[in-house]
Structures are given as structure tokens and as C-alpha cells.
Design a protein around this ligand. Structure first.
Ligand code: G6P
Length: 615
């Protein structure tokens, strides 16, 4: 993973780079570094730890003056997180410096070859090998930096987004991409380089997103030209005008991004269906489906691939598609699907769900399905991301930037898009009567207000969090549509509070987890009306008779579960298939408060990263 930032132009590079790195910390935060060229030499500071640690070190040890620089925030792959393995990395001569997001798979054989030629290495990283390979090419072939980078990249196998500069040529930065994202912000004779647009959005709305196997030599006083890494073909870049604004990527008065993003859900869900859902006209308009309706109507089945929270949204979608549109669905972890030689035909539709649109396993699953002839539809949040570009068609979630590593609004907006898709297909297939369709559309329109209502339980949830904050294990139970919600609730707690938690289908409890239940075990049960309410009530009785602590999510006005449970959180009534959109909110808030009370870093939990661009 890792985040990269670079700047060349007339401003001071250091503040832009450091602020940019802070915005990219969701990509990795175990170490960080900067290299700034002051007109004569490169000043480099790097450290294990967060960008805040880097700032302290850089500001007390090096000169920060200069209009050319690069910076990096790391999520370690090769080499433990320490000062030496942090980026940027120098070449042996000290002239070249690089930042890299990705993995060079054949670095050991290249390193051996370079060692024979007298190169030495300080770090354990694949990146230091790459920068020395570039230097070796420069020397032996007598070529300029751009060409040396190109030749070197043709000798390595792996994934990368890199930025390199040479102190002997301080008017240019060379960048290249394969597999990891790289955006160039284009200002007035100044250029910004970053893993996404957030580091430069306050300076320019104009951005160029490099495609895989593309590189660019960014030179002051010149227009950017893109070059294919493999064959020298030159292309003029497509400069996009970005709509993102600064406020969206800042905390806006909340203590953490995660809390802000939880609270943004009413607006995010509304933005997701805005312009698509027209309840009064009985219409759902979605360009990605309207233009490919035949494919969907003739599909034998839908295969959903995703990872993490997006995979949970896929599980909810399985219930929705099968229940509402009567289309067979399989949901797979992208990492399993890509390696298990799956049977795929051109009658299959693959739906890839990804907040970031960059997850390496999901991307690989898409490529595999395309090779086998399937039509691939993407559900992504990040506009212009790799998955959004790789898929045949798709629908954005429009949740706005999600910075907290634990996914919240991405989940509910993914479910919203997939619900719209299923409803549209149900209608087209004639599975739904006009009145049922209308009932769904009208109810969907009420969801943002109902989510708002759920958020009003925040104070109560904080009290419950205080009671259970010291638990060592928790169980989450749900049935039907709310089984994936139980999985997602458990994942949220694990991710940010480091409490072991398991999600289970409520009825499966008696086949194993029931053995864990004693008076120390909190069991979070989704027990809203509709669906399998009576059956869940029986499961609650089973927990109660074993003295488990019961915390239930119930429908407003509930009495039966309320009598049995130790704590309840009420949510407004809705259709069963829309209930995950409401029931997931209290579980997000609960995890948030427990993690805060335990002193955990909510937005940047240990060992995790938001965008997993390695397999
Ligand atoms: C990481 C993140 C999760 C996310 C998963 C899939 O593990 O920490 O929050 O759900 O990747 O990411 P995607 O961007 O593909 O949805």
C-alpha cells in the first residue's frame, strides 16, 4: 500500500508534502519520510512512526527549503518498519531518490546482480534495489533519467507507483504506474504527484490519472506527456476536472474521521440515490444498467467479488438479488476467487464491490472474469479508480471520501446502490408488481431520515459501550438479511478496538458458539421485527438461559426482546430488505465508542490500511 506525494514548482515543497502525507495516512502509517532538494543537495529525513513523528524529526534535523521534493507514508511489505527501511531511498551515488508504493517481486535476483557489480544496500527493501537498478541503467546505457526508469521497469516484475528525481536534473520528476494508483495535479507551471487527489485539491482541480504501464516525465516549463513503459508510444493526457472539495477531506469538528463518516450516512445515502431514484415517477435511472440491460436480463447468475467490509455488502446483496430479483448469486472473497480456477462463462455477470477501487485481489478477480468472457460491473466509491476504469460498466456510490480505515458510509452506500440495481432488475423482469415496486421506492426515500433517527441513540450507545469496553470476546448474531450485518458488526469491533469478536447466523449458534456463552460474554443480537423475529427471540432465550449478556437492536416499540435483553437500542421500522441500512449504524457507533474508551487509534488501527494494493 503506502501513500506517495511529490511536488515541483514555485512553492515550498515541504509543507505541501507533509500535509499531503497526512491526508494519505489511511494508506499506511508505520513509517514516513521526505526528500527535499534545496538547489544544491537533497535533504532527507525519515522515521518509523507516523507523519507527525516525521515532522518532528525533519523540522529539527534538516533544511526544509526547496521547490522540489517527494514524500512517503509506508505500510511495510519488504523489511520491518524502521527508520532505514522507510522511504525515500537513495541510489548508491546519492544523486537519485525514489518513493514507491507496491512490490517488486523479483528484487532478490536483481539485488544479487547489482551486488556483483559493486552496489551496496542499506535497507531490506525492494525499493532500494529498484533505484539502484535505475542508476545502473543510467550509467551503463548513458541515457537520461526518464529512459533509465523505463528500461529498469521493463526488467522488474511487480506492482508500483513511483516518483524519482535526480539532483543533477532538478527541473523534473519521473513517475510511473503499474497496479498502484498515481495522480498528477496540474497547476500553473507546477505539478503535484500523489496516490490520490487529496494532497493537491486545495491547489488545483485539474488532474491526470496514469493508466497501468504508463509513465510521465514531468518537467517544469513543459506540458506533461505520457509514455507507455513497454513500447515508447506517446499519449497526450486526459486532464480531468475534479469535483472534490477540501471540506470533504477534513474532520469538520468531529474527533475522528470515523465518527464524521458515521454521521455523514444520511447525506451519503441520499447522494447515492439522488438523481437515480424517482419514487414519484416510479423510476430508477442508472446509466450503467440502462445501457447494459440486455446483459443483466440474460445473465445466468451474478458473481459478487470483494474484500473486507465490501464483501459484507456483497453478502447483503446476495439476499437482495435473490429475494427481490430472483437472480442466482454467489459471493466470493476476491482473493479466493482469483486462485481457485472458477467456472465462469459469458452468461455470467461479475459485480466487483470496492470502496477504494484499488484493492489488488478484487482487481485481479476482475481481470480473470473478463478473460473468461464475463461482463464486469463495478460498484466503487473513488471516482476514476483502477477498478472503476477496469470494469465494463458500473455505478459509483457517491459516498464522498472515506478516510477512517474502518469502513462505515462506504458499506451503507454500497448496499444502497446494490438495492437500486436489484429493484430495477426486479421491475424489468416483471418479478415485482407496480405497487410493490412503488412501496420499495418510497420506503428507500425515507431511509436517510431513519438513519438520522438511529444516530440520536448515540448517547445511549456510549453508555452501553462503557459497560462492555473491557470484554475480551463478543458474539454478534443475526439472521437472513441481518446475518451479514452481524459479520460487519464483529469486524468493526475487531478492527478498531482489538477485541476478539465473531459474527454468526443466529441459528448456527447452537452448533458451536453457544459453548462460549457464560455471564462474561456480551452477545449483540439484531432482533428487529419482520424477517425471522420469533426465531431470533428463541435464540435470545437460549443465550439468556446460559447467562449471556444480551444487547439487542430492536424495532421501535418492541416489548418481547426488550423484556429479555440487558440493553436495547431501538431503530425505526422499515422493510426487511432495507433493515441492514439501519441496523448496522448502532454497531458502528458501539465499536467507535469502545475503541475510543480503550485508547485505540480509531482512524488508523494497528496493522491495517484502507487501500490494500498488495495481494
Ligand atoms: C481494507 C480496509 C477495509 C476494506 C477492505 C476492502 O481491508 O481496511 O475497510 O473493507 O480493504 O477495500 P475496498 O476498498 O476494496 O472496499
Amino acid at each position: 500500500m503506502c501513500g506517495i506525494v511529490g511536488y515541483i514548482g514555485h512553492r515550498e515543497a515541504y509543507p505541501i508534502i507533509v500535509k499531503g502525507l497526512q491526508r494519505l495516512e489511511y494508506r499506511g502509517y508505520d513509517s514516513a519520510g521526505v526528500a527535499i532538494f534545496d538547489g544544491e543537495k537533497i535533504n532527507l529525513a525519515k522515521t518509523k512512526g507516523k507523519v507527525e513523528d516525521l515532522k518532528k524529526k525533519a523540522e529539527s534535523t534538516i533544511s526544509l527549503k526547496g521547490n522540489l521534493g517527494i514524500g512517503h507514508t509506508r505500510w511495510a511489505t519488504h523489511g520491518v518498519p524502521n527508520d532505514i527501511n522507510s522511504h525515500p531511498h537513495y541510489s548508491n551515488s546519492g544523486d537519485l531518490v525514489i518513493i514507491h508504493n507496491g512490490i517488486i517481486e523479483n528484487y532478490e535476483s536483481v539485488k544479487k546482480e547489482l551486488t556483483k557489480r559493486g552496489y551496496t544496500f542499506e535497507s531490506d527493501t525492494d525499493t532500494e534495489v529498484l533505484i539502484n537498478l535505475i542508476e545502473e541503467v543510467q550509467k551503463t546505457e548513458g541515457v537520461k533519467l526518464g529512459q533509465a526508469v523505463q528500461i529498469a521497469l521493463n526488467e522488474v516484475v511487480g506492482a508500483y507507483a513511483i516518483a524519482v528525481f535526480d539532483k543533477k536534473k532538478p527541473d523534473e520528476i519521473v513517475v510511473a504506474k503499474l497496479g498502484s494508483p498515481l495522480a498528477i495535479g496540474v497547476g500553473d507551471n507546477e505539478f503535484f504527484i500523489a496516490s490520490d487527489a487529496s494532497p493537491f485539491i486545495e491547489f488545483t482541480n485539474n488532474a491526470v490519472y496514469l493508466e497501468d504501464e504508463e509513465m510521465a516525465i514531468i518537467r517544469l516549463g513543459k506540458e506533461i506527456k505520457l509514455r507507455k513503459i513497454k513500447n515508447d508510444a506517446v499519449a497526450y493526457p486526459n486532464i480531468l476536472e475534479l469535483k472534490m472539495n477540501l471540506e470533504e477531506i477534513e474532520k469538520g469538528g468531529y474527533d475522528h474521521f470515523m465518527l464524521k463518516e458515521i454521521y455523514e450516512q444520511p447525506r451519503a445515502i441520499l447522494d447515492t440515490y439522488r438523481g437515480r431514484l424517482r419514487a414519484s415517477q416510479g423510476l430508477i435511472k442508472m446509466a450503467g444498467i440502462d445501457q447494459n440491460l440486455e446483459k443483466f436480463m440474460n445473465a445466468n447468475r451474478i458473481i459478487i467479488v470483494a474484500c473486507g467490509t465490501s464483501w459484507h455488502a456483497g453478502l447483503v446483496a446476495e439476499y437482495i438479488f435473490e429475494d427481490l430479483a430472483r437472480i442466482p448469486v454467489e459471493v466470493e472473497y476476491a482473493s479466493e476467487f482469483r486462485y481457485r480456477n472458477p467456472v465462469i462463462t459469458d452468461k455470467d455477470i461479475l459485480i466487483a464491490i470496492s470502496q477504494s477501487g484499488e484493492t489488488a485481489d478484487t482487481l485481479a478477480a476482475i481481470k480473470l472474469a473478463k478473460e473468461k468472457g464475463a461482463f464486469v460491473f463495478g460498484v466503487c466509491n473513488v471516482v476514476g479508480s483502477s477498478i472503476a476504469r477496469e470494469t465494463d460498466a458500473g455505478a459509483y456510490t457517491h459516498a464522498g471520501p472515506e478516510i477512517g480505515v474502518a469502513s462505515t458510509k462506504a458499506f451503507t452506500t454500497q448496499i444502497t446502490v446494490l438495492t437500486l440495481l436489484a429493484l430495477k432488475l426486479a421491475k424489468e423482469k416483471g418479478v415485482f408488481s407496480e405497487s410493490r415496486f412503488h412501496e420499495f421506492l418510497t420506503e428507500l426515500e425515507t431511509i436517510p431520515a431513519k438513519v438520522e433517527k438511529v444516530l440520536e441513540s448515540n448517547a445511549l450507545i456510549e453508555i452501553i459501550a462503557d459497560v462492555y469496553k473491557d470484554s475480551t470476546n463478543c458474539l454478534y448474531l443475526g439472521r437472513g438479511y441481518n446475518f451479514p450485518v452481524a459479520l460487519e458488526g464483529a469486524l468493526k469491533l475487531k478492527e478498531i478496538s482489538y477485541i476478539h469478536a465473531e459474527g454468526y447466523p443466529a441459528a448456527e449458534m447452537k452448533h458451536g458458539p453457544i459453548a462460549l456463552i457464560d455471564d462474561q460474554m456480551p452477545v449483540f443480537v439484531i432482533a428487529t421485527k419482520k424477517g425471522h423475529y420469533e426465531k431470533v427471540v428463541s435464540n435470545i432465550q437460549e443465550i439468556k438461559s446460559r447467562k449471556g449478556k444480551i444487547i439487542a437492536i430492536v424495532t421501535e416499540g418492541d416489548t418481547q426482546v426488550t423484556e429479555l435483553a440487558d440493553h436495547v437500542v431501538e431503530v425505526p421500522e422499515t422493510l426487511e430488505s432495507l433493515s441492514p441500512l439501519l441496523n448496522t449504524i448502532p454497531l458502528q457507533l458501539l465499536s467507535y465508542h469502545i475503541a475510543v474508551m480503550r485508547g485505540c487509534n480509531v482512524d488508523q488501527p494497528r496493522n491495517l490500511a484502507k487501500s490494500v494494493t498488495v495481494e
